[in-house]
Design a protein around this ligand. Structure first.
Ligand SMILES: Nc1ncnc2c1ncn2[C@@H]1O[C@H](COP(=O)(O)OP(=O)(O)OP(=O)(O)O)[C@@H](O)[C@H]1O
Ligand code: SF4
Ligand SMILES: [Mg+2]
Length: 449
């Protein structure tokens, strides 16, 4: 069995002033080399779940359960170990790269500063005969909003943490993107990704071939080696050995830029000189610099146009496959989730409503909420002016949820649903569903709630 790079077990997260836990018994795993999508309406807890993997919790949060990254529970770590996880084992790609990359520093500095600092720390540690504990990443915005080079050695606030803290809370994404074609095919994720790409930018994401816009020549063959080299250097338990003195950060950055379809000349440019799509590629290259085992992508394409979005998705899928990184992809877009992921988790009001293989879950949803989400997807063939929506609103945090959280909006609700919280149970389709009546319901794709 493939080892999990992320194991979230019965995660419960409570915030001051809320009447119920914001995350309520979340179970979620991502295996090495696997793409897992986390979908759900706004406010369901997707971002909090992914941030928990980096130990990035809101102030005052009280947690129980476990969040293991490469086997180690980040909820039980001290600040120094957390910093190492954020620096080396897990990385995050955010929705808006402009909000995360320091506009005053060149792209090359953003990419290499962390490796240079780490190499320096490694040398110092070697001299002391100890173990390096440095953090990666430079050129990011600082936690207090000031820009510029970050002082080193601040416990518990790695670069990803600082980036995340700067993001506006609950970035709201546009659920409908229009121009969306159905994620065709139930075959491998590569075929589904390719099916989503507009003509002219179709890529073979699985084999790592370039899209037309990414150019032709390059070192695809070298880039995976680069990452693998970093992963081989792991010393077990998710911690990487210090960089070797011979590693050249510029060469490494150039090769990763090449892997994401950008020229090394980009390193001399400033963020404002790049398009949003180029910056997101830089962000992805930056996230891969340390050879993470786990990549967390929180709505990474929402701020991009449809064509660039498709390219970035194909790129992430290709990189994930070549580098064997586990990818947790947070999205509102069910079709995107179906197109790129091996497995999907559907979240509602801080609980997992349903999870399973993408094909089974979307082909034969077992939870009325999954079916409702699918039927709410805008369709080009729908009559003009018809925008299907799930009736009612998700419960806010002032509302206690004694039974099934979806009961007030569910056409199949019974008295039991209002008082008894349904547990996750396996269904024949291969999915796991938290619904008292899932076994009796027939909810094809497009079924109404
Ligand atoms: N720092 C915080 N302080 C207080 N409440 C928070 C904080 N962060 C998130 N929440 C609340 O927790 C709930 C889940 O938020 P989260 O951002 O995880 O949702 P989401 O599923 O990512 O939504 P979206 O799709 O809009 O990004 C929301 O009700 C949100 O208001
Ligand atoms: S448990 Fe009841 S209310 Fe909840 S989804 Fe199932 S039928 Fe609907
Ligand atoms: Mg979010």
């Amino acid at each position: 069995m493939t080892a999990s790079v992320l194991e979230i077990e019965q995660l419960r997260l409570s915030l001051p002033g809320a009447a119920r836990p914001v995350l309520d018994g979340v179970d979620l795993t991502v295996a090495a080399g696997e793409t897992v999508a986390l979908v759900g309406e706004s406010g369901s807890g997707k971002t909090l779940t992914s941030r928990a993997a980096l130990g990035l919790l809101p102030p005052g949060a009280v947690t129980s359960g476990a969040v293991r990254v490469a086997g180690d529970d980040v909820l039980a770590m001290d600040a120094e170990r957390l910093r190492r996880v954020r620096a080396r084992t897990a990385a995050m790609v955010f929705q808006d790269p402009r909000a995360a990359i320091n506009p005053l520093r060149r792209i090359g500095d953003f990419l290499t500063e962390g490796l240079r600092a780490e190499a320096g720390r490694a040398r110092r540690a070697e001299r002391r005969g100890g173990f390096d504990t440095g953090a990666r990443g430079g050129g990011l915005l600082t936690a207090d909003g000031r820009r510029g080079r970050r002082p080193q050695g601040q416990g518990g606030t790695g670069p990803d943490a600082r980036t995340a803290e700067l993001l506006p809370e609950g970035m709201r994404a546009d659920a409908g993107r229009g121009e969306r074609s159905r994620g065709q095919g139930s075959a491998g994720s590569d075929a589904r990704v390719a099916g989503r790409l507009p003509e002219g930018v179709r890529a073979d994401a699985g084999r790592g071939e370039r899209t037309q816009r990414q150019g032709s020549a390059g070192s695809d063959a070298r880039a995976p080696e680069l990452l693998l080299e970093g992963m081989r250097a792991d010393t077990g338990r998710g911690e990487r050995a210090p960089l070797q003195g011979g590693a050249d950060p510029d060469a490494r950055a150039a090769e990763l830029l090449d892997a994401v379809g950008l020229s090394a000349q980009v390193m001399r440019r400033y963020p404002h000189e790049l398009s949003g799509g180029m910056l997101q590629r830089v962000m992805i290259a930056g996230a891969l610099m340390a050879g993470p085992r786990l990549l967390l992508a929180d709505e990474p394409t929402t701020a991009l146009d449809v064509t660039t979005q498709a390219e970035i998705v194909a790129l992430l899928a290709g990189l994930r496959e070549r580098f064997g990184t586990g990818l947790l992809f947070v999205t509102h877009d069910l079709e995107l989730a179906a197109a790129i992921s091996d497995r999907v988790y559907v979240m509602y009001a801080g609980r997992i409503a349903e999870s399973g293989p993408a094909g089974a879950l979307f082909g034969a949803p077992g939870h009325p909420y999954t079916a409702a989400l699918l039927s709410s997807t805008p369709r080009l063939e729908a009559p003009p002016g018809h925008l299907p929506a799930i009736p009612g609103r998700p419960p806010d945090l002032r509302t206690e949820l004694p039974g099934c959280a979806f009961a007030p909006r569910c056409a199949h609700a019974t008295d039991r649903c209002g008082t008894e919280t349904p547990a996750l149970r396996p269904l024949d389709a291969g999915t796991v569903v938290a619904c008292h009546h899932a076994a009796e319901l027939t909810l094809g794709e497009g079924a109404t709630p």
